[in-house]
Design a binder for this molecule. Structure first.
Ligand code: ZN
Length: 432
């Protein structure tokens, strides 16, 4: 019996608060979970800085990855198996891609990727294809198997149906994170009837479709996604922490480029500062390493780095004001000048942050996130795009909502021990 179809003598079960149990019977999956690159995901939070807003949100990418695997496993084993449109030879490919889809995420990846200009998806691919434990396990299942898994995750594979299980507008990834993030943040949004959706999913040659009878469950899923984006993912307080985090990385890089002598050398950051990150360096990085530096940088000589780290570690975040960049660019310029005069560096202490989301879209070529539309399977066998059948979905289709906020340290601005008049002007502009 080949390794790729080898089953464990006894099923392994993980207790999971969202799916109750996660079942592993395949040897390859069990071995992948045991690799150091997959175990690293335990030390990377799923929601980055959100735990500073919703204290329960400490769950990791490890939990989420297992959850996505379990959803795909259930779709295949409980719903697709035996249907002529489903090729069971793709089963292991789909399970591995589901388990490993977030493998390249780094600590606080959102800020990290922005400041150091890289894409975690490149690292997902590099870990799967490079000299890693994950690669060894996958290669044992087939010489070209690592490449096949990487192609599904990168959406370049010809296996469109398998891709749509993991990456479409109704995929296992989204179904897991919405429920998991709702559970750990404790919010009442994010819940929808996944059991119902799984039961009405059907395989087609190039994508998963939903039986018409499941339309209302899908509407609920789309609305819960919409709510989660605005209530949790774009929460202004988490964004404040994210702003500070980006500015810490930015400051550290800037100091390094100006030959600043750190009291304690930031070895883990050197390859990022040099824009020359190797796979080896990358997988060593996790949130415990980052927080270690933030902890010790609170004692640095540089006042800005020290202050920003103190803010992040002790949750002394920036306050925010509503901001309209189209109308208020003059105000921003005035504020920038006043900040400079008051000795508060606007580069680090006056920050515009924008969030934007498109809850559902049927077709918009060229969008950064071009996802497949959801198709309903009618009783006569025809397919209809969801927003043509559902008035609720039609009402929000293609509607992008953007929110801009201006972040600043209120404690500095309300401290009247120096530059009293300037700060008064700043306050009246921010409050006005
Ligand atoms: Zn994911």
């Amino acid at each position: 019996m080949g390794y790729s179809v080898e089953k464990l003598s006894e099923e392994k079960v993980f207790k999971d608060p969202v799916h109750r149990y996660i079942h592993v019977r395949d040897r390859v999956i069990w071995d992948l979970i045991g690799t150091k690159e997959f175990q690293r995901l335990r030390r990377i939070r799923q929601l980055g800085t959100t735990f500073l807003t919703f204290h329960g949100a400490e769950h990791s990418r490890f939990n989420h990855s297992l959850g996505v695997y379990e959803i795909v496993r259930r779709i295949i084993d409980d719903v697709f198996a035996g249907r002529p449109e489903w090729n069971d030879e793709d089963r292991l490919l789909a399970l591995c891609a589901a388990l490993l889809h977030d493998l390249g995420h780094g600590p606080f990846s959102h800020s990290f990727e922005k400041v150091f200009e890289f894409d975690h998806e490149d690292f997902t691919r590099a870990i799967i294809l490079g000299n890693t434990e994950v690669n060894k396990v996958l290669a044992k299942a087939g010489a070209d198997f690592p490449e096949k898994v990487a192609e599904v995750i990168a959406k370049t594979s010809g296996k469109k149906l398998v891709i749509s299980l993991i990456s479409s507008q109704i995929d296992a990834d989204r179904m897991d994170y919405l429920q998991r993030d709702a559970y750990y943040t404790g919010v009442s949004y994010g819940h929808f009837d996944m059991e119902r959706i799984l039961r009405v999913m059907r395989p087609r040659e190039d994508q998963v479709v939903i039986k018409k009878s499941g339309m209302h469950a899908v509407e609920d899923y789309i609305m819960s996604r919409y709510q989660m984006y605005w209530q949790v993912y774009f929460h202004p307080v988490s964004r404040s922490a994210e702003v500070i985090l980006s500015k810490i990385l930015h400051r550290a890089k800037d100091l390094y480029e100006h030959q600043y002598t750190f009291k304690h050398e930031p070895h883990h950051f050197y390859s990022f500062f040099h824009d020359n990150v190797t796979l080896e360096d990358y997988v060593k990085l996790d949130e415990s390493v980052i927080l270690y530096y933030f902890q010790i940088w609170q004692d640095e000589d540089d006042a800005i780095l020290r202050d920003l780290c103190r803010r992040f570690m002790n949750r002394s975040l920036f306050k925010y004001a509503e901001f309209d960049p189209a109308k208020e660019y003059k105000k921003l310029a005035e504020l920038t000048a006043l900040f400079k005069k008051a000795g508060i560096d606007p580069e680090y202490y006056l920050v515009v942050d924008s969030s934007s989301d498109l809850p559902y879209d049927f077709y918009r070529p060229g969008e950064e996130e071009e996802r497949l539309p959801i198709h309903l399977l009618m009783s006569n066998g025809d397919l209809k795009e969801l927003s043509r059948e559902s008035e609720i979905v039609d009402a929000i289709s293609g509607k992008r909502r953007t929110d801009h906020k201006l972040y600043f340290p209120a404690d500095f601005i309300y401290d009247d021990s120096s530059k009293k008049n300037l700060k008064k002007q700043i306050r009246s502009l921010l409050e006005g």
